[in-house]
Design a protein around this ligand. Structure first.
Ligand SMILES: Cc1cc2nc3c(=O)[nH]c(=O)nc-3n(C[C@H](O)[C@H](O)[C@H](O)COP(=O)(O)O)c2cc1C
Length: 202
């Protein structure tokens, strides 16, 4: 597949078929992820794959909790929240055959000194985000869909994801990625602003 095609086909998928994703595919996704640039060569990322039905159910519940909190935080109406609950609990939204939680290990450092704590932490998060984008593009090539979940970073939920992953508080959760065969047709979403609008040449 041409890179352009993968870039243009990628879109967030929130409904999946139950078909499992093979271990080989999961390995290929993580293989693509770790080819991403990594600040100071830290490679301080860990990919925790949730694939047993029990583990997936728990991750799904945490996503559902986070999504409801998000809807309330942006003051969506009770009617909209009920619609979200229906989509999640009755229609299978956010249920996927594989969830991959991406963590960074905050202890792995290159720069010494407190003044570098923040930039190095942000660099690690950025590196992991680049790894996630690689994973998402590779998924397109393999006929798989993905969506990045950020609401699992809300207070209390992040800790529960870490505990499920068996990972300590020295790690920070960058995101949870759903992976699976998309259910139904997937149509990439339009961008609100075009290239000319977001570009400034000086
Ligand atoms: C950092 C980050 C966090 C996100 N968190 C969520 C989330 O918690 N739930 C969700 O449904 N989508 C989430 N998304 C997906 C965005 O909503 C989506 O990328 C955006 O609407 C554009 O749509 P597209 O990915 O189909 O182009 C997240 C995306 C990013 C990059």
């Amino acid at each position: 597949m041409e890179l352009d095609e993968a870039i243009n086909l990628r879109t967030s998928v929130r409904y999946y078929e139950e078909t499992p994703v093979s271990d080989e595919d999961v390995k290929a996704l993580i293989g693509a992820a770790i080819r991403a640039p990594t600040a100071s060569g830290l490679e301080n990322w860990t990919f925790v794959v949730f694939k047993s039905p029990e583990a997936r159910e728990k991750v799904y519940e945490l996503i559902a909790e986070g999504m409801e909190e998000y809807y309330r935080a942006v003051k969506l109406s009770e009617e909209k929240i009920q619609k979200l609950r229906k989509r999640m609990y009755e229609e299978g939204m956010y249920r996927a055959p594989v969830y991959i939680a991406v963590f960074i290990d905050k202890r792995v450092r290159f720069l010494k000194g407190l003044e570098f704590d923040e930039p190095e932490f942000i660099w690690s998060v950025e590196s992991a985000a680049m790894a996630i984008q690689n994973l998402m593009l590779k998924a397109v090539e393999l006929g798989l869909g993905t969506v990045y979940i950020g609401v699992t970073n809300f207070r209390g939920i992040e800790r529960k994801v870490r505990e499920l992953a068996g990972i300590d508080e020295n790690h920070y959760l960058v995101g949870v990625i759903l992976v699976g065969r998309p259910k139904g047709d997937v149509k990439p979403r339009r961008r609100k602003r075009g290239v000319d609008e977001v570009t400034r040449v000086i």
